[in-house]
Design a protein around this ligand. Sequence first.
Ligand code: CTP
Length: 215
Amino acid sequence: MKKKKRPLNILITAGPTVEPIDPVRFISNFSTGLMGYKIAAEAVRRGFRVCLISGPVCLSPVDGAELVNVTTAREMRERVIERLDHADCLIMAAAVCDFRPSDVKERKIKKDGKMTLEFVENPDILKETGQRQGLVKVGFALETEDMIGNAEKKLEEKGLDLIIANIKSAEENPFGDGKKRFSVIDRDHNIGKLENVTKDECAASVLDEVERFFE
Ligand code: CTP
């Protein structure tokens, strides 16, 4: 890839998206946003120009990064798309809800013995961003089985340069703080293993890989 002068523009998404059901309820996931915030902090330290697009989280803003708060997957998509032309790198660490309720009720749903919700698919932000010369795309894959196989499939389908895979099992919890296990997979199917690392250490490794694309 062509050498580009610093500062590189990096667009990072973090946290869950939250999809409303009615004025007081929503569907979401267990993402804390920590991974994306750690990457953003490390990117600022390395001199990147950082825009952090974040779903609702309980984390302090990252000093030196522009923070864009969003709620739903569709809002996150809009904010990513409008900034993509100026980005050298997109890192999608957000846990985007794949589905949203097909119909958001204007009034609180009253209990009535049982409730059935219908969902429609949200846009796949990474897939939609396609591929562009000069844009390095990084995704995450959270799996409960066949971690490497599923992550490699996502790498291809979403046109990524790198994917960071981790697993949720009875023994391993990828959410929140603590030591974790990740696999970093590139387009040539090289697999780097990060065993027993903090999210700070993972963030540093991911950005080492990203910087290699611009050397
Ligand atoms: N992602 C995205 N838009 C979505 C869903 C996911 O951009 N609607 C991104 C995530 O930010 C992540 C990558 O795609 O970087 C993989 O997300 P993941 O939830 O693991 O996979 P999905 O594509 O949603 O597939 P599945 O849920 O079927 O495993």
